[in-house]
Design a protein around this ligand. Structure first.
Ligand code: GLG
Length: 802
């Protein structure tokens, strides 16, 4: 949009007056943020309304992306950037003596997601709007987002994240569009006069779902999509029977809390209720809009909408959509099923078995009686249909209802036309191993969509210095098409560019060093290698392997106090699920090792270890631009894709990686010489599984370096870990090291040595860094979302000429 500084200042000052009866001189920082965000919202609402009208008018097909998690982070700068007014507003504020950065800090991170899955959903929202694709989000407006992490005495302590305390400036409450969702009670089928069976209900618990819409503003275009988040409330005309405190409490609980489990299945009833709640409300709203907009007869709805099931949490979309088509719109089973499969598509994000949701039949039966009937009918009809053609065993293995449980992934695959994994390796594992039975039955449904990241947030906003340098070197076209970064390759031999690149990195590192000083009180040397591992704390991601290597370096120094080495700062950021004991033990151990190393006078500044508390999107934006190295060291086959690996690459960090997830594609893109690869391959891991011949204890006994490092956990070398030390020691020895840390240790040390050697050659390092940036274009989520649009959803980009 077009905006002059003068106009902006006028709007902003007016907003301060009209909203807070104050002025620039008197306004507090929270008021300044509120007034500013209100102005920004006014700027985009017209475009939003216009695009809504355009969508209604043009009646083009739209996608609804159902996800139980979103992780947008802060929205202010992102909205400013996408509206094309970031620098105007920054300068306008400056003239008023206000620092935009300080104001932006006030906004709480919108953290209604746990990790990669939720962040991917938000990258998709940004990319869809920015490429002009009509893709709307559908989720839950949790009152409390992901817990805030405090580190006390080295331990993780969880505090509630009441992010809505100071109201959320971006959302629009649409009370008029509230929808009822029902649970429990009894249901039975009654025959109508024309011979159809329709369900009747009694004693149902009613919950009101109120939508809150947030604009997803496209980058310098006229597309504004909607992220709809549902809040649970008590219906105003509540039946007397339910008017009690317990019901009120339960109803408000529905949208109260995000499940803080990452990749872990938690079988609590409330979770199932949440899943049905946002699925039912979302689908009802879509159908209501479709009908009120008189788009076409309901039987043609598949030509106008696509519904995406992001991981299994929204898999109830399948039976709920069936219910709406059958019971409320009078379609036949065959018609409804045909439409449902066409409309639905599903993404699998992990092969960890504990993350594949299963619900006890009894629970689904009691909570969702009609849905339970429909699921059984789907299962039965499919079985009958396949029986003449397919072996009974294959049918049994792929059933939705079996062993007293409802298998949600099976439901999602059977009830949709597309199942995709999130990186090539992961999609192959799905086809060949994890979902092989389904692949035999429905080969045409399987495909890969390698993840991506929204480069506007992860480069343009978070790394202004690098963005500016790129503009100077290769022009600005990369801001609209990330693949244009390729042009940077021409500067690989250009000494000046390499120096400038290194200088940008150094400046970013100084900023991070200041932040570390402020938050952790630790002094770090910006000339050291900044080696970073930031992600959820999970055994398979192997933060512990990183720790073992740090201990090795520490002991090397202790053994040779004069040892010459390139100084290193190891930086961690990670939250552990509150109930994940082992992960929390690792956090404690990292913090105690940090104290031991950082306070050891012998070490000097050769080694520093920093655990930054409360890792979230905003912290990632501060850390990644300053990283020299990104640690992507999961056991091969376990990390479906990873997405921070792409963010590091884009910001010029080199990757220390196993051949897992998208690391493989990163290696292909940047070239073997610009990445550090180590460790078992997926096939080698599977070989061990097959033969059952891994023996971690042997390695511990035979490798003196490993022996000494592991002993440090139990012999008092690392202080204050009397409970955690033995737990970790045992996991690696007695319990045979589930994620092969000891097996990969030597090779990891070797790769780390290679890394150190390359860093000594600053020119070569800068060249490798440049090559990473130049080849990262394909990891833009603009590319990913376009592939979904073309191959799965069959939707079109808005043409800006209209
Ligand atoms: C999952 C996987 C990640 C993946 C992300 C997005 O574990 O490897 O990058 O989804 O697809 N639970 C996750 O974060």
């Amino acid at each position: 949009m077009k905006l002059s500084k003068t106009q902006f200042r006028k709007d902003f000052e007016q907003s301060l007056t009209s909203e807070f009866a104050t002025d620039v001189a008197k306004a507090g920082i929270t008021e300044t943020f509120a007034a500013l965000s209100s102005v920004v919202k006014q700027y985009y609402t017209q475009i939003w309304q216009g695009d809504n009208q355009y969508k209604d008018r043009s009646q083009k097909k739209q996608t609804y992306y159902f996800s139980i998690e979103f992780l947008p982070g802060k929205m202010l700068k992102s909205n400013l950037l996408n509206l094309g007014i970031l620098s105007t507003v920054r300068e306008g504020l400056q003239e008023l003596g206000i620092d935009l950065e300080k104001v932006a800090q006030v906004e709480p991170d919108m953290a209604i997601g746990n990790g990669g899955l939720g962040r991917l959903a938000s990258c998709f929202m940004d990319s869809a709007a920015s490429t002009g694709l009509p893709v709307n989000g559908n989720g839950i407006r949790y009152r409390y987002g992901l817990f805030k992490q405090k580190i006390i005495d080295g331990y993780q302590v969880e505090l509630p994240d009441s992010w809505l305390n100071n109201v959320n400036p971006w959302e629009v409450r649409r009370a008029d569009k509230a929808i009822e969702v029902t649970f429990g009670g009894e249901t039975w089928l009654e025959e109508t006069e024309d011979g159809r069976l329709i369900p009747r209900y009694r004693n149902q618990e009613r919950v009101l779902a109120v939508p809150y819409d947030t604009a997803m503003v496209g980058f310098e275009n006229t597309r504004v999509n909607n992220m709809c988040l549902w809040r649970s409330e008590v219906p105003q005309d509540l039946d007397v029977k339910f008017q009690n405190m317990e019901y009120m409490r339960q109803t408000s609980m529905l949208s109260a809390e995000l499940y803080p489990d990452d990749s872990n299945y938690d079988g609590r009833l409330l979770r199932l209720k949440q899943e049905y709640f946002f699925v039912s409300a979302g689908l009802q709203r879509i159908i209501r809009h479709y009908k009120s907009n008189k788009i076409a007869p309901i039987a043609q709805i598949a030509d106008y909408i696509a519904v995406h099931i992001n991981d299994t949490h929204p898999a109830l979309c399948v039976p709920e959509f069936m219910r709406l088509l059958l019971d409320e719109n009078g379609l036949s089973w065959e018609q409804a099923w045909d439409i449902t499969v066409k409309v639905m598509s599903y993404t699998n994000h992990t092969i960890l078995s504990e993350a594949l949701e299963k619900w006890p039949e009894e629970m689904v039966h009691t909570l969702l009686p009609r849905i339970y009937q429909i699921i059984n009918e789907i299962d039965k009809r499919r079985t009958d249909e396949l029986l003449p053609h397919v072996g009974a065993e294959l049918i049994h293995k792929t059933r939705i209802v079996k062993d007293g449980q409802i298998h949600m992934a099976n439901l999602a695959i059977i009830g949709s036309h597309s199942t995709n994994g999130v990186a090539k390796l992961h999609s192959d594992i799905l086809k060949d191993v994890e979902l092989h039975d389904f692949y035999q039955l429905y080969p045409e449904r399987f495909n890969n969509k390698t993840n991506g990241i929204a480069d506007r947030r992860w480069l343009q906003i978070s790394n202004a210095r690098l963005s500016k340098l790129l503009d100077e070197k290769i022009g600005k076209s990369w801001r609209h098409d990330l693949v244009k970064l390729e042009a940077l390759k021409d500067f690989r031999e250009d000494t000046e560019t390499l120096k400038q690149l290194a200088a940008v990195k150094l400046e970013n590192k100084k900023d991070l060093a200041a932040l570390i000083k402020e938050k952790n009180g630790i002094e770090v040397n910006p000339e050291a290698i900044f080696d970073v591992q930031i992600k959820r704390l999970h055994a398979y991601k192997r933060q512990l392997l990183n720790v073992l290597h740090i201990l090795k370096l520490y002991f090397d120094i202790k053994d040779q106090p004069d040892l010459e080495m390139v100084p290193r700062v190891f930086i961690f950021g990670a939250k552990a699920a509150p109930g994940y004991h082992y992960a929390k033990a690792i956090i404690k151990v990292i913090n105690e090792i940090a104290v031991m190393i950082n306070e050891d006078a012998v070490v000097k500044d050769r080694l520093k270890l920093v655990f930054m508390e409360n890792y979230n999107v905003s912290l990632a934006e501060a850390i990644i631009p300053a990283a020299d190295v990104g640690e992507q060291i999961s056991l091969a086959s376990k990390e479906a894709s990873g997405t921070s690996n792409m963010k590091f690459m884009l910001n010029g960090a080199l990757t220390m990686a196993t051949l897992d997830g998208a690391n493989i594609e990163i290696k292909e893109a940047c070239g073997d010489e610009n990445i550090f690869i180590f460790g078992l391959t997926k096939d080698e891991v599977y070989e061990y599984y097959k033969n059952g011949n891994y023996n971690a204890r042997d390695i511990y006994e035979q490798n003196p370096v490993v022996h000494r490092i592991l002993n440090a956990f139990i012999d008092g070398t690392i202080p204050n870990i009397t409970n955690e030390g033995p737990e970790i020691f045992e996991s690696l020895t007695a319990f045979n090291d589930e994620y092969f840390l000891l097996r990969d240790f030597n090779d990891y040390v070797r790769a780390q040595k290679d890394l150190e050697n390359l860093y000594r050659d600053q020119r070569a390092w800068a060249q490798a860094s440049l090559m990473n940036i130049a080849t990262s274009g394909i990891f833009s989520s603009d590319r990913t979302i376009r592939q979904y649009a073309k191959d799965i959803w069959f939707i079109e980009e808005k043409s800006e000429e209209v």
